[in-house]
Every structure is written in C-alpha cells, then in structure tokens.
Design a protein around this ligand. Structure first.
Ligand SMILES: O=CC(=O)O
Length: 315
C-alpha cells in the first residue's frame, strides 16, 4: 500500500521522525531552500500536514495543497493554523492538549518564583565572585501570601492556580464565565479589575482574534510598579509595545515571558531590561511531554488515514 504524503513543516526529534517516516512519505518543507518551488512541486500529492504550534500552516501552504485532508499540530495552540479555511474545505485539524498541561504550569510557576526571588541574578552573584567581594545579595520580594490573578482558567490556568494555592497565594481568575470547578477562587471577569487586585498576573489564555492584546496598557498599569506579569500562552495576548514601555518606565514591576512577538528574534529592548525574565518558548519542553506530543501527532495522522476517530480534534 502506498504511504500517504505528508508535508512536514518543521523539525521533530528522531524518536518522532522514525515512526512518521515508517508510516508516511514525509516531505520536509523546512529543509527546502526554495520553499515556494517545493510547495508547487509536492503540494498536489499532499494529504496531510504535520506542523508545530508556532509554525502553523498559512494560507499559501493550504492553497498549495488542494488534496489536503488533515493538519496535525504538535502543540496545544493552533492559532497559527487557519482553522476557518480548513473547516470550510473539510480539512480536519488536530492538536496535542492535556499531555503538556502540567509542564506548562510548572514552568510558569518556576518563572514566577525565580523572578520574584531574583534567582538568576543570585546565581550570577555566586559565580562571578560578588558574594565574596560585595557581600549579601540584594533583598527580593516575597511570594507566599500574595494575590495571583489567572487570566484564562482553562486546563493550564487551572493547574497554575492549583499549584499556587499550595504556595498560600490568594487565587482570583477571569474567564468568559465563573467556573463551577473553582468554587474556592474569586471570579473577577474584567482583566483590568483582575490586574488591580493581583500582585501576579498569569496569562494562560488560548490566543484568538478576540484575545489579541487583551493585556493592554490599562491592564499593565493596573498591575502596577510592584506587579508581575507571567506569559506562558502566546505573545499576541499582550500588547508588547505597551509591555516594553511599562517595564522601561517601571510602571510595571516585572515580567516573566516564555513567548515573544516574532520569536525567536525578540525585540532587543527586552535584553536591555533587568526586570524581565526571558525564556525560549519551552514551557512544554521536557522529554516526557514532547514524546507524548509527538506520539499524538503521529497517532492522529494514523487514525485519520485508517478512517478511525481522531484522538484530539480541533474542528
Ligand atoms: O506553545 C506551545 C503549544 O502551543 O503547545
């Protein structure tokens, strides 16, 4: 039996690549020098796209694949896939939810703790001999007992809040409606009111046209000079220009960010700031989770071409 032709948009580790190569004919878009010519050549044969959350599948790619049946996304976020076009053309879209939830929550909480307690600077203080030459490391800000606002109490937001309840933080959240699975936490729907209430604002929303720049200058201003914003969702959920200005002017205390506009080429203004922690979009980046994500990408494609139900479908 001939193997279905799949357009592979980005790199996968060997443990994912081997089973994909065994089941499908993989066409490596990311290795092509002339991407438009490559798409023109292989596009008509393509039945599936295997992509990553941040790479997606743009309009030109979808247009170049007239026989496309399924897009399998390695990632929970599928905002870079044109789902409306896919749905209109009867193309299935799958993603990798659940398997990454706990790791993403872990990294968010770790970023918040590390930034609050100045741990990266403190490590440098030891390494560069400042401990010996200058003495005590500057005092930092307490975490426990403060207030956290979780913007988006979905799977990841819930796990963040659950973890922070263990640090004796007071939990409040915003979402489209109050959640019956969060009876002990305070519902504050308006993002500005939530930020005003909170010391730490976690951004854990799935990105969409509706959530674009939901964290704007007013929200950052409400969080204030002692507040911290932590983003483990998508850069587009925050107005990055307003964020940079607030951090530069110290009208916002600090930020801990795993995602950036135009990543991996982030705005160099971030690098000049000492009140921001920057991370390379790796909240799901553990061996265990990435293997589970790769397996879901593969298993969804296999299910589709075996006419079985998709495991984790988006549309
Ligand atoms: O950003 C990562 C993901 O969407 O899984």
């Amino acid at each position: 039996m001939t193997k279905p032709d799949i357009l592979q948009v980005g790199y996968y580790p060997e443990w994912d690549q081997v089973p994909l190569d065994a089941a499908f004919t993989m066409h490596k878009y990311f290795e092509a020098e002339d991407k438009a010519a490559f798409l023109e050549k292989v596009g008509p044969s393509i039945k599936g796209i295997a992509t990553r959350g941040e790479l997606g599948a743009d309009q030109a790619m979808l247009d170049a694949c007239p026989n496309l049946e399924v897009v399998s996304v390695y990632g929970v976020g599928y905002d870079s896939v044109d789902v409306a076009t896919c749905t209109a053309r009867g193309i299935h879209v799958t993603n990798t939810p659940d398997v990454l939830t706990n790791d993403v929550a872990d990294l968010g909480v770790a970023m918040m703790l590390a930034q609050s307690r100045g741990m990266i600077g403190a490590s440098q203080w030891v390494r560069d001999g400042s401990w010996n030459s200058k003495g005590l490391y500057p005092l930092q800000s307490r975490v426990w007992g403060k207030k956290v606002g979780v913007l988006g109490l979905g799977r990841i937001g819930f796990e963040v809040a659950k973890r922070l309840a263990g640090f004796d933080l007071e939990i409040a959240y915003s979402d489209v409606s109050a959640k019956d699975y969060a009876p002990d936490w305070t519902f504050i729907q308006d993002p500005i009111a939530l930020a005003e209430h909170a010391d730490f604002l976690f951004v854990t929303l799935a990105a969409s046209a509706e959530t674009r720049h939901i964290v704007n200058a007013d929200v950052l201003n409400a969080l204030g000079p002692n507040g911290m914003v932590i983003n483990i969702s998508r850069a587009a959920n925050i107005d990055e220009e307003a964020l940079l200005t607030a951090l530069e002017n110290k009208t916002l205390g600090a930020a801990a960010l795993d995602v950036f506009e135009g990543e991996p080429a982030l705005n160099p203004r971030f690098l000049a700031l000492d009140n921001v922690m920057v991370q390379p979009h790796h909240a799901s980046g553990t061996y265990e989770t990435r293997k589970a994500m790769g397996k879901l990408v593969h298993d969804n494609l296999v299910a589709h071409f075996a006419n079985q139900p998709l495991l984790t479908k988006v549309n």
